[in-house]
Design a binder for this molecule. Structure first.
Ligand code: DGL
Length: 265
């Protein structure tokens, strides 16, 4: 039995990262934990998010994870240094891969970033983008209404379109040519976001870029699964979340199988 890649998120949004991992690395076993009992993290303090992240990572280590993927922008923006210092396995978040992709895509060096309040407040994307290119201009916007709309399954809905227009139009008028979807829920809204931006802005899906970084790291550190057998996916949630789970299953077309409910401690 191969050691799994451990993936965690504040809830179910991180399944967008799992989907990207399954597509790119079909032979890898994946153990996913979503902290549905304590979601959302996006409005919580950095200290609380760090503590929750260490607890979830501990659970993944007990499952013998060879690598930990932080499939949550909020956690990635505040807790990566603590996790890297505390854990004996490599840790990959979503911020750096997303920032790299945005810098590669932008032509006018004006990048927009959307995310939860905690992600935007942390300035993590701005710092990562500027570390790659000091001349980049970053326009950020916290979009706290998007996660509830997505979790309600309103992926194609007038209410969502109005909300997106309110958040995105100022950035578009300001001239961004690239937008980082800085929350693992947001890829589910990509078609509506693209439409709201009149298909004139390139979208950076942090889930897909994170999966590419995982592939690179597995190869570099000789950690990739050997053999041809298809990898397994185990999903554990800290509380039942049937509604959003079916939204994610349908939107992502991800084979999830049985979901176990387990508490963290
Ligand atoms: N999955 C989280 C993120 O990527 C958003 C949900 C939350 O607020 O916990 O930031």
């Amino acid at each position: 039995m191969h050691q799994p890649i451990g993936v965690f998120d504040s809830g179910i949004g991180g399944l967008t990262v799992v989907k990207a991992l399954r597509d790119l690395l079909p032979r890898e076993n994946i153990f996913y934990i979503g902290d549905t009992a304590r979601v959302p993290y996006g409005n919580k303090s950095a200290e609380t998010v760090e503590r929750y992240a260490l607890e979830l990572a501990g659970l993944l280590l007990r499952e013998n994870a060879k690598l930990i993927v932080v499939a949550c922008n909020t956690v990635s923006s505040v807790a990566i240094p603590k996790l890297r210092a505390a854990l004996p396995v490599p840790v990959i978040g979503v911020i750096e891969p997303g920032a790299h992709a945005a810098i590669a895509l932008t032509r006018n060096r004006h990048v927009g970033v959307i995310g939860t309040r905690a992600t935007i407040r942390s300035g993590a994307y701005e710092n990562a983008l500027r570390a790659l290119n000091v001349h980049v201009r970053v326009s950020s916007c916290a979009c706290p209404l998007l996660v509830p709309l997505i979790e309600e399954g309103l992926l194609e809905d007038q209410l969502t379109d109005l909300t997106l227009a309110r958040y995105l139009k100022p950035m578009m008028n300001d001239g961004i040519d690239t937008l980082v979807l800085g929350c693992t829920h947001y890829p589910l809204l990509a078609p509506a976001i693209a439409r709201s931006l009149e298909n004139a802005v390139q979208l950076v899906d942090s889930a897909r870029n994170c999966a590419s970084s995982v592939k690179e790291l597995l190869e570099r550190q000789s950690l990739a699964a050997s053999g041809d057998a298809e990898g397994t996916l185990r999903v554990v949630l800290t509380d039942a979340a049937d509604n959003f789970l079916s939204v994610a299953r349908n939107a992502l077309q991800l084979e999830i199988g049985d979901v176990t409910v387990q508490s963290v401690c």
